[in-house]
Design a protein around this ligand. Structure first.
Ligand code: 5GP
Length: 137
């Protein structure tokens, strides 16, 4: 399937839709998920187009995972998390909703479950959390 440059993350990359930035480098961008399933839930995407892991280049995969590791350490430090869950979905049957490769970083605490998807978070809290993770990088 072809990449559609009207997907929401492509619009975020072009600055057409706002996002809460956590981290960026030459190859990747990390920003907060606005429907967080755990405190600090953020997303890592490549700056260049690809739908998901299935059509991604080795460079896109490796640069994204390096950013996932970097931001995971910062999120654990900033939020006092004891672990992270990384999720990545491919195509409709695989649970994907936005067709620009992305990795979910979900900071985790013992005994605290992730919440169901689709519920808008508190924007002030999300903004403050983005700043806290960013400051720990
Ligand atoms: P997936 O495609 O892996 O199922 O998930 C897409 C993710 O994008 C969901 O976790 C959803 O909450 C998030 N999302 C959807 N629309 C927006 C948006 O406009 N801004 C941000 N920051 N996240 C979004």
């Amino acid at each position: 399937m072809a990449y559609d440059d009207q997907n929401i993350f492509a619009k975020i990359l072009r600055g057409e839709i706002p996002s809460f930035k956590v981290y960026k480098d030459d190859d990747t961008y990390c920003f907060m998920d606005i429907m967080p399933r755990s405190k600090g839930h953020c997303l890592v995407i490549p700056k260049t187009p690809c739908r998901n892991m299935l059509d991604a280049s080795p460079d896109q995969l490796s640069t994204c995972l390096q950013t996932v590791q970097k931001v995971s350490h910062a999120a654990m430090k900033a939020l006092g998390a004891e672990g992270v869950t990384i999720q990545q979905f491919n195509e409709d049957a695989g649970g994907q909703e936005v067709y620009h490769l992305h990795y979910h970083i979900l900071p985790r605490w013992p005994g605290i479950k992730t919440t169901p998807p689709g519920k808008m978070g508190d924007m002030e809290e999300i903004k403050a959390t983005a700043e806290a993770i960013s400051a720990a990088l």
